[in-house]
Ligand binder design. Structure first.
Ligand code: PEP
Ligand code: MG
Length: 885
């Protein structure tokens, strides 16, 4: 198996591994692909991800075979460009870049100009006829290599550069002359030597292997690990290394470098979008050191900016670039994120990949591209990450609300966010952990800030363009971001900042509008999202392609209405206990619990009956004609017990018992392990009058709503925490008897079902028998996970993250179903239930019903529906469609 794959310069690409992302990484695969379709790609080679994994497993050793293969591949580049690596007269220079299967901001990014030393820099100066360019390239190389490969503090070099400029009275880098750069190189080499205790490496092969080692090592850097954890990327993938002949964007005013998207990654609009810089190298654009310029004339005019757009300044190279954009979109059938360089008027492609985008842009592009015939409806459905819809379902700033605008930066990632200012990533994480909402404000962000960006509601940076690190990462995470707000200055010592002409401090509240770039003082009001347009279209397509129904977990009429707007097709779980916590009702609930006997309980229940009946009636009106699964009382009674003396006094007054008597009774009800105690159907078995009241409220409400002439609801009465057939047999009989009584009283009969939750391992194992009594099963995977793993859902937070970090669970099993373990029980119960009752209705109502990965599993097992909280309903609709495709 080959370990190194050359590309460009006519290298053969018939081996499928040469274009396989899993082998050569995303960047390598796309470089090979671009070369293959005839685009101008500087020649290079890729070392496989397999070699990275082997290197890390073997304690950082390079095998001889790899050394030989790299040497051959360098020969390929040398022959293609007619230069020799390390040749003092006319040196080949290369870039070295990491490239995993998916792009990962946590890893080593790029070393440019590798192959320069004290001798080759002279050759480069002579051959290019441009000593300034040669020395500028050399100082860049020392600075970058020292930073990313040797691990030296890049601040030392920046400081030296600032001092050099100050000494000469210069303002910008472009004013530096060849001699200035040469002097700075001497300074840089001295810094490196002082820090390292040995000279900066002059041997070009040592430089190359140092960079390769740094790329491999960066796979296991802390930053990369954080990113992998946040994005569910397996640690066993490894990264490839791309080594490529340099082309130079810093060879004077006919040279340039830039990054571009074939469509607008923030809005999805069909317009080329990007930034470029004349006489610069790639890192200048993304690092936010110089402010990049617009690519197109239209964008420049819209922003009212002065410096010419590339379209105007370099019309020929731009026309070639536009042709490449179209070719790439047609080839990949997706929006591309591109890096390019123009060297003395000639365009070179350095990278293409499918571009990160906001949820709004993803939606628009999917719908547009299907309309353009570039992709089909199914592909459009698969293009949008269901979880990203979350960004669209949440409120945006109210256009009518007052805005105290402090400054306007670049609208880097849309959405609205308010929160307290924090000035570094660790503080962001700490404040969020204690329940605050924060806005992370930085001069610019780097991969070390990822955890803080993740924790924050929004990100504001003083420097950087639309393609800066902050912008790209924020769009990927769906965080609102305003970048390049140059009116922001930060003083880290006093932890204060100035925005426009306002002085502020860490902890002050700020609002960001990522769609306009506005930065506002205080909190600004928001409005609900719109669910029409592209969103409506894609949802319609999703609905056409999904098999499973999507219901909601809701117990208030408002939540039900919201869920119906989001497309819910019924209620999958109405937790009736939530209706009991209301201040007015809790006293009656407590009277019921603390009653000495059935008569006392019935007295209290009589107070609750009309309340429950009106709750259900309102829900049934909203859910007209749709199935409504209503679960009878489930939680341990313990949860309702009074704690405060005042509560006991109040109860004493209502019941006529003394407060001491009530306290003694409460003590009797105390449980050591309430989650495994007197809860669920055990309540119905011991106090049948509670379930009888609830069943009566359900049927009376259903009859009343039917009598109003509306479409009758279809109640599905659900018994929780069943472990055996007999429990359900007794309780089903109670519900049926109550239904018959109510129907007789009301003079009408309605369809209804009685079923159960499967949330105990025994219930799953005995599902065949239980199905004799159940018309439906709803998998309560919250409890089923808790009881199968023996992990308390309420206490897991303390240790579960350590379990996920150590790879014991791939993800939090209360968020994403433990398919290997708990999944077996779900599958088995579904099979056994169906064997007994082929038309048994199967659904899921644990939190997993709104998790896309778990939804894929539900489709596989053949459940009839998933049920999720209202905001998750659209996510579930899309995920169910994707699962079915
Ligand atoms: C469950 O256990 O999965 C469930 C839906 O019920 P609850 O979360 O109310 O226990
Ligand atoms: Mg439960």
């Amino acid at each position: 198996m080959k370990t190194v794959y050359p590309f460009g310069g006519g290298a053969p690409l018939d081996d499928p591994r040469a274009k396989d992302k899993t082998i050569v990484g995303g960047k390598g695969a796309n470089l090979a692909e671009m070369a293959d379709i005839g685009l101008p790609v500087p020649p290079g080679f890729t070392i496989t991800t397999e070699e990275c994994v082997r290197y890390l497993e073997h304690g950082g050793e390079f095998p001889e075979s790899l050394k030989a293969a790299v040497s051959d591949a360098i020969g390929h580049i040398e022959r293609s460009v007619g230069k020799t690596f390390g040749d003092p007269a006319d040196p080949l220079l290369v870039s070295v870049r990491s490239g995993a299967r998916v792009s990962m901001p946590g890893m080593m990014d790029t070393v440019l100009n590798l192959g320069l030393n004290d001798e080759t820099v002279q050759g480069l100066a002579a051959v290019s006829g441009d000593p300034r360019f040669a020395w500028d390239s050399y100082r860049r190389f020392i600075q970058m290599y020292s930073d990313v490969v040797l691990g030296l503090d890049h601040g030392l070099f920046e400081e030296a550069l600032e001092i050099a400029k100050e000494d000469k009275g210069l303002y910008s880098d472009t004013e530096m002359e060849a001699d200035d750069w040469q002097a700075l190189v001497a300074e840089y080499r001295k810094i490196a030597e002082d820090e390292l205790g040995r000279p900066f490496p002059q041997d070009v092969h040592e430089q190359l292997w140092g960079a390769i080692r740094a790329v491999f090592d960066s796979w296991d850097s802390d930053r990369a690990k954080v990113y992998r954890r946040l994005n569910d990327i397996p640690s066993g993938w490894g990264t490839a290394v791309n080594v490529q002949a340099m082309v130079f964007g810093n060879m004077g005013d006919t040279s340039a470098t830039g990054v571009a998207f074939t469509r607008d990654p923030a809005t999805g609009e069909r317009a080329y979008y990007g930034e470029w810089l004349v006489n610069a190298q790639g890192e200048d654009v993304v690092a936010g050191i110089r402010t990049p310029q617009y690519l197109t004339k239209a964008a420049r005019e819209r922003a009212n900016a002065k410096p010419l757009a590339m379209e105007e300044a370099m019309p020929e190279a731009y026309a070639e670039l536009a042709r490449v954009f179209d070719l790439l979109e047609a080839h990949y059938r997706d929006m591309q994120d591109i890096e390019f360089t123009v060297e003395r008027g000639k365009l070179w492609m350095l990278q293409t990949r499918s571009g990160k985008r906001t949820a709004k842009a993803a939606l628009k592009m999917a719908v547009d591209m299907a309309g353009e015939g570039l992709i089909d409806e199914q592909t459009a459905i698969l293009r949008v990450d269901p979880m990203a819809l979350d960004q669209l379902l949440h409120p945006t700033l109210d256009p009518e609300a007052h805005r105290d605008v402090l400054t306007t930066g670049l609208p880097a990632s849309p959405g609205a966010a308010s929160g307290k200012i924090v000035l570094d990533a660790d503080t962001a994480e700490q404040w969020v952990a204690r329940g605050e909402k924060v806005i992370l404000v930085r001069v610019e962000t780097s991969p070390e800030d990822i955890h803080g960006m993740h924790a924050a509601q929004g990100i504001l940076t003083a420097r950087g363009g639309m393609t800066s690190h902050a912008a790209v990462v924020a769009r990927g995470m769906g965080r609102c971001c305003v970048s390049g707000a140059s009116a922001v200055s930060i003083d880290m010592k006093s932890r204060t900042l100035r925005i426009g002409n306002r002085d502020m401090a860490e902890g002050d509240v700020l609002t960001l509008d990522g769609s306009t770039g506005q930065v506002m003082a205080g909190e600004v009001a928001t409005i609900e999202p719109e669910l029409v347009g592209d969103f409506g279209t894609l949802m319609e397509w999703a609905d056409r392609h999904r098999r499973m129904k999507v219901r909601t977990n809701a117990e208030t009429p408002d939540d039900c209405r919201m869920a119906v707007q989001f497309g819910a097709e019924g209620i999958g779980l109405c937790r009736t206990e939530h209706m009991f916590f209301d201040a007015r009702r809790i006293s009656a609930v407590r009277q019921m619990i603390l009653a000495e006997d059935e008569r006392g309980r019935r007295k209290a229940l009589a107070l609750l009956l009309p309340e429950q009946r009106s709750d259900f009636a309102e829900i049934f009106r909203v859910m007209s004609g749709l199935p409504c699964t209503i679960r009878l009382l489930d939680p341990p009674l313990h949860e309702f017990l009074p704690h405060e003396d005042a509560d006991f006094e109040e109860l004493a007054e209502a019941t006529g018992y003394g407060a001491d008597h009530l306290k003694r009774r409460a003590g009797e009800l105390h449980e050591f392990n309430p989650m495994l105690g007197h809860r669920g159907c055990r309540l119905g078995i011991t106090y049948p009058e509670i379930y009888e009241m609830q069943a009566r409220a359900i049927f009376e409400a259903a009859c009343d709503v039917a009598a109003e002439g509306g479409e009758a609801p279809i109640p599905e009465v659900m018994i929780p925490l069943v472990a055996s057939r007999r429990e359900l047999e007794l309780l089903r009989a109670l519900v049926d008897r109550t239904a018959q009584d109510v129907f007789a009283e009301k003079g009408r009969t309605l369809d209804y079902l009685v079923g159960t939750m499967i949330e105990l391992p025994r219930a799953a194992l005995m599902a065949g028998e239980i199905a004799e009594e159940a018309r439906f099963f709803s998998f309560g995977t919250n409890d089923l996970t808790q009881t199968t793993l023996g992990v308390s859902r309420d206490d897991a937070g303390r240790f579960l993250s350590a379990y996920v970090e150590r790879g014991i669970f791939p993800r939090d099993p209360f968020v994403s179903l433990d398919i290997d373990g708990v999944g077996q029980l779900v599958r088995l119960a579904a099979e056994r239930g169906r064997a007994t009752r082929p038309d048994i209705k199967l659904g899921i109502c644990g939190e997993h019903g709104g998790d896309p990965a778990s939804i894929v599993f539900c489709e596989e097992v053949g459940l009839d529906y998933v049920s999720a909280s209202p905001y998750r309903v659209p996510i579930a609709r899309l995920a169910a469609a994707q699962a079915a495709l």
